[in-house]
Design a protein around this ligand. Structure first.
Ligand code: ZN
Ligand code: ZN
Length: 313
């Protein structure tokens, strides 16, 4: 794929924060989020050239749907949640996560669904390796993935670890939904958990025309003014690059910091899913990389990680 500049957005076009009651933070329903992702991935796998990879991702998202019943949430102190939002501290911060018994329960539920669905040999071998790892090593890999220390994570284990972490956080995020109105700010990282966005999206419907960043971990969506670099917040212009002006997924690129985040237009494809359509457009990432831009979004189903599988097992 080659990309060309579609639009150069001048500083004067940069949008401010909304002055009406447009929500600044939206927490997703976990079942809906995982089901939408599984459906979209299956649809993409049916038509895409990289269909084996997307087919596995569809199985993993379906396993997330199947494993939802295994996730127990932990009651939160409402005062702490309120104070956290007021002070722009993520109430479910990844930085204070202590693995507990829920990790193994959720991983076992994912594994059961995946084995029932039947996995390709290579993928099954990776799953076998992960579940055979000592618990302390599983926790270490999970913590490294959360902290974006991808060089410490075995690339072939990351999708399973990411899927389990997403289940824990997306279900827990629902518990803060009555306090999301307390979020007032603009953040580059998720106001609920502190993770990186996977992409940005312009939704249709109630939030029509407004741009949101989508959390790579808990699926929450938070308001990000359009046409502004979400990585460095420079007042300079950003440019949008893509295959065609009608492409569902384009790159919003900043020449100040050299970063880009994908932007997706739901008006072009109502069934789009931020995480699924990100995975289906890795060729756009390659094209933007060849233009000299660096990806600032993360997708927990796809990390480059270690070259060699971890030898500690
Ligand atoms: Zn989050
Ligand atoms: Zn920038």
């Amino acid at each position: 794929m080659t990309v060309s500049a579609i639009k150069l957005i001048q500083p004067g076009e940069i949008q401010g924060m909304p002055e009406d009651d447009t929500p600044l933070l939206v927490v997703m329903d976990a079942r809906q989020a995982f089901q939408d992702r599984a459906t979209r991935l299956a649809q993409l796998a049916a038509t895409h050239t990289d269909s084996a990879w997307l087919g596995f991702c569809a199985q993993l998202a379906q396993a997330q749907v199947d494993a939802l019943g295994s996730v127990e949430t932990v009651a939160l102190d409402e005062t702490v949640v309120q104070e956290s939002f007021k002070h722009s501290v993520p109430p479910l911060s990844i930085s204070t996560w202590k693995p507990d018994a829920r990790w193994s329960v959720v991983l076992a539920a994912l594994e059961a669904s995946l084995r029932k669905q039947g996995l390709p040999d290579g993928v099954r071998a990776a799953l076998d390796r992960l579940v055979a790892l000592p618990l302390s090593e599983q926790h270490k890999q999970a913590q490294a993935l959360l902290a974006a220390e991808e060089q410490l994570v075995a690339a072939d284990l990351a999708p399973f670890i990411g899927a389990a972490l997403q289940l824990l956080w997306t279900c827990e995020a629902k518990l803060v939904s009555s306090f999301t109105h307390l979020h007032k700010g603009e953040n580059g990282l998720c106001p609920v958990c502190g993770s990186h966005p996977v992409t940005s999206v312009l939704r249709v419907g109630d939030r029509d025309g407004h741009r949101y960043l989508v959390c790579s971990l808990c699926a929450s969506e938070w308001y990000a003014p359009r046409a502004r670099c979400t990585n460095c917040d420079t007042p300079k212009e950003v440019s949008r690059l893509g295959e065609t002006p009608d492409s569902l997924v384009q790159g919003e690129c900043c020449d100040d910091c050299g970063g880009y985040i994908k932007i997706m237009f739901q008006s072009k494809e109502p069934l789009m899913d931020p995480s699924a359509d990100d995975l289906a457009t890795l060729n756009l990432d390659l094209a933007l990389a060849s233009e000299g831009y660096q990806r600032t979004g993360r997708n927990l189903f796809f990390v480059t990680g270690q070259d060699e599988p971890s030898k500690s097992d």
